[in-house]
Design a protein around this ligand. Structure first.
Ligand SMILES: Nc1nc2c(ncn2[C@@H]2O[C@H](COP(=O)(O)OP(=O)(O)OP(=O)(O)O)[C@@H](O)[C@H]2O)c(=O)[nH]1
Ligand SMILES: [Mg+2]
Length: 467
């Protein structure tokens, strides 16, 4: 009887405690996430890369057992968020302004595979520039695809913007150069270069685009990717990046039935930022990319996970949320070696100097967690983890013999049982028949066992009824 009880006690203690994360634990959580990422159009190759990164970050981390899923998910979200941050931002309007002040045009080339939306995006971008009081000239440098020159000319005429074009088959780099010369001589703020999306071979296309870039040396080389391209996005982005070292990307067709995971693929493969999203077929349908709303679209709102919600039924919602956020920060701090995410609680100074060591910040966060825990319990952390801490083994043995106690089946039962043993000790270790009627009534009141679960024997006093 005693061995069984002791074993059950120790397993109850373990389940309350911490665990070192193994690859297997992370795989379990990631298998659910993988489906969600695939459904969001993140390329499979990129999902594998993200999984590997996450394992490198988390394997060996010590986490609360019941929070593994939450922590893995939050770290994935956090590492994608950091990836976007690391790609940086480009303030195009300020850069145009700076060039204007020097009396030079700001040159932008748009490149991407056929049909991704280059020409449409140029028209939207010209409209966006006009709204910000910048003038533009368009270079019709797709001299390959039939209809390409007419298409961009139509947009230019609707927007009342100058276009520089030559015949089909002429040198696109020469068209681009003419547009730049026009901009310089007419003091136009911006040159927007439309390029072909397909040539006889991919190599021809890449050579042509490389030549344009070499001749006019754009201030900004933009890759136009299609949100619907899924797995193809990776190979497209990689190939264009290898040839052109583009500075940023625009993701089109984000309004269509796509969840935008292609943005993750592009940033992961190229470490270049997504600058704008195409969200429709009208000129106004170009929106600056916003990382936070994007992450929300992919992962849902940043809040407690369902398992946290369940816990919060036992504790107050607010306390649980605060504790999870802080514990998450510890894991990120310990494992990623990256800057600790800013607190959501507003409790720490956001302007903390950059040279603050990880160790100091970790310590600070741990203190926050401990402070959070204090009002709830006066016990030490060890005592919190082990409900039987401080109770002598022979008291447990005696109690189990006297009251014929079966092993607890979960953490709550273990806690209740430990409390009952403590009370029994403080009452002077009474034998079963010594228990007074009042005491029995009092203890019964503490129990939450339903009528049909109530054991018939005296051991029902100690509440190990199944949930
Ligand atoms: N729904 C939606 N459609 C878009 C968006 N951007 C472009 N399109 C459509 O995508 C199609 C192709 O757009 P284009 O601008 O011609 O694409 P392109 O990259 O210039 O294609 P090529 O010239 O063949 O290389 C057109 O029907 C556009 O209207 C967008 O953000 N949302
Ligand atoms: Mg085009």
């Amino acid at each position: 009887m005693f061995d069984k009880l002791r074993n059950a006690f120790s397993s109850a203690v373990k389940s309350l405690g911490e665990k070192e994360l193994k690859e297997k634990d992370i795989d379990e959580v990631l298998s659910e996430l993988e489906v969600a990422l695939l459904e969001s159009d993140v390329a499979t190759e990129v999902i594998d890369m993200l999984k590997d990164d996450l394992k490198k970050q988390l394997v060996g981390a010590t986490v609360q057992k019941d929070k593994i899923s939450y922590i893995v998910k939050q770290n994935l979200r956090q590492s994608i968020s950091s990836m976007f941050d690391a790609a940086g931002e480009i303030d195009i309007l300020s850069n145009i302004e700076m060039k204007r002040e020097k009396g030079e045009p700001y040159i932008v080339s748009f490149m991407g595979i056929n049909g991704t939306g280059k020409t449409t995006t140029i028209a939207k971008f010209a409209n966006f520039l006009r709204e910000h009081k910048f003038s533009a000239v368009i270079a019709a440098a797709d001299t390959y695809r039939a209809g390409a020159i007419e298409q961009i000319s139509e947009h230019a005429s609707r927007l009342n913007i100058k276009i520089i074009a030559q015949n089909y088959g002429s040198d696109p780099a020469a068209v681009a150069r003419d547009a730049v010369l026009y901009a310089k001589s007419h003091r136009v703020d911006c040159v927007l270069i439309d390029t072909a999306g397909r040539m006889q071979t991919s190599k021809n296309l890449m050579d042509q685009i490389s030549k344009i870039n070499k001749v006019v040396n754009p201030d900004l080389k933009l890759f136009v990717g299609d949100a619907l391209a899924g797995n193809d996005t990776v190979s497209q982005a990689r190939e264009f990046f290898n040839y052109t070292k583009f500075d940023g990307a625009i993701l089109t067709k984000s309004d269509a039935d796509a969840r935008g995971g292609a943005a993750i693929s592009i940033v992961k493969v190229t470490s270049r930022p997504i600058l704008y999203l195409g969200v429709g077929q009208e000129y106004k349908d170009l929106k600056p990319f916003d990382k936070d709303s994007f992450l929300e679209m992919i992962f849902g709102p940043q809040q407690t996970s369902p398992e946290m919600m369940i816990q919060s039924k036992e504790k107050s919602q607010e306390r649980t949320e605060q504790k999870e956020t802080l514990e998450e920060k510890v894991i990120v701090a310990e494992q990623s070696g990256k800057k600790i995410p800013e607190p959501k609680l507003g409790s720490r100074d956001e302007s903390k100097p950059d040279d603050t060591t990880q160790q100091e910040v970790k310590q600070e966060i741990k203190q926050e967690i401990n402070q959070e825990k204090k009002p709830e319990s006066k016990q030490t952390p060890e005592e919190e983890e082990d409900p039987f801490s401080g109770i002598a083994t022979n008291d447990i043995e005696k109690y189990s013999d006297l009251f014929d106690v079966p092993p607890p089946e979960n953490d709550n039962e273990a806690r209740r049982l430990a409390a009952s043993i403590r009370k029994w000790i403080s009452d002077g270790r009474p034998k079963p028949k010594e228990t007074t009627v009042e005491e029995e009534a009092e203890e019964k009141e503490e129990m939450t066992v339903s009528e049909d679960e109530k054991p018939k024997k005296k051991r029902s006093l100690f509440g190990w009824g199944k949930k």
